[in-house]
Design a protein around this ligand. Structure first.
Ligand code: ATP
Ligand code: MG
Length: 288
């Protein structure tokens, strides 16, 4: 936890504003996630298409890190590799210092497509990861109900996924990842199907929740503003094959403030990131 409560000199405890970094001793701690030298090609119609090239990144314990990059540059593929669903051609994945390349079950993962199980009710989808780890179903359901109400899905506990809109399914899939017991969360565009208002509510809610209750998060988004608002660091990917072009440390202290999107430094970073993204998009062409 970075937000320390300093002893009250008078009256209320004061929240100390700390620079935006992981815990002070994180320099000596093994990263929650370390991806080193990952490369991957897929064969399509007899041709080998390089998708990721020499990608290395880290997420420190309790750090919120984002990835942005053009469509098709291999972001979701990188998540599949980290989650052990796809084997890389080269490189390694370590979590808390231990090699986990090709191993499943170490991360809480929200895929780009919500992928709820159609035969399970919404609450039973949400508790899935807990149940797999041996939690009692009734207890897990109780907790799921509280969270479903918070994201505006109260009353849909017993509904099945096909009865929900795309945005509602996305919120349920997000809760499933959030309630999973694994320490590292991979969120692949978790808010992309939401309308602007719900999206900004979910961002604020995630920010508050994460600031109170930190976890290590790797987050894919196409929204530069979302990345700046939520993360401590942003990796900017090139067009396919995806490589890391820039690493941006987001300097704003936590807890992040309501009006930070108007800060001159926020606007400057937003312009810079937009410029890089436009350049990459132009190189990649409109569709790949
Ligand atoms: N299993 C697969 N077999 C063949 N090609 C694949 C496979 N998975 C992904 N690809 C290709 O790899 C490239 C990268 O796909 P990926 O889904 O990782 O992109 P992305 O960066 O997540 O894009 P988006 O922002 O649109 O979600 C695409 O060209 C895609 O067609
Ligand atoms: Mg993707």
């Amino acid at each position: 936890m970075t937000n320390k409560t300093v002893p009250p000199s008078s009256g209320e405890p004061v929240k100390e504003e700390t620079p935006d970094a992981a815990s002070p001793d994180s320099g000596t701690e093994a990263p929650a996630l370390e991806v080193s030298g990952i490369s991957k090609s897929f064969s399509q119609r007899g041709r080998s298409i390089p998708v990721l090239e020499q990608v290395s990144l880290t997420v420190k314990p309790d750090e919120f890190v984002s990835i942005i990059g053009p469509s098709g540059c291999g972001k979701s593929t990188l998540f599949h590799i980290i989650g052990g669903l796809v084997k890389p051609d080269a490189g390694a994945v370590r979590m808390n210092g231990a090699p986990v390349t090709g191993q499943r079950g170490s991360v809480s993962y929200m895929p780009q497509q919500p992928a709820l199980f159609p035969w399970r009710s919404i609450e039973d989808n949400v508790i899935l990861a807990r149940e797999l780890k041996g939690a009692a179903r009734s207890e897990a359901r109780e907790e799921a109900r509280r969270w479903l109400a918070k994201v505006g899905l109260g009353g849909f506990e017993k509904a099945y996924p096909h009865m929900l809109s795309g945005g509602m399914q996305q919120r349920a899939a997000f809760l499933r990842a959030l309630l999973a017991p694994q320490e590292l969360m991979l969120l692949d565009e978790p808010f992309s199907a939401l309308d602007a208002l719900t999206r900004s509510e979910m961002q604020r809610w995630l920010l508050e929740l994460w600031e109170e209750n930190r976890r290590s998060v790797l987050f894919i988004t196409h929204s530069i503003e979302e990345a700046l608002l939520l993360s401590s660091r942003i990796y900017v990917f090139s067009g396919r094959p995806g490589t890391i072009l820039h690493t941006v440390d987001v300097p704003f202290p936590r807890p992040r403030r309501e009006g930070m999107t108007e800060y001159p430094e926020f606007l400057r970073l937003k312009r810079q990131l937009s410029g890089w993204m436009r350049e990459e998009q132009a190189k990649s062409g409109p569709l790949r």
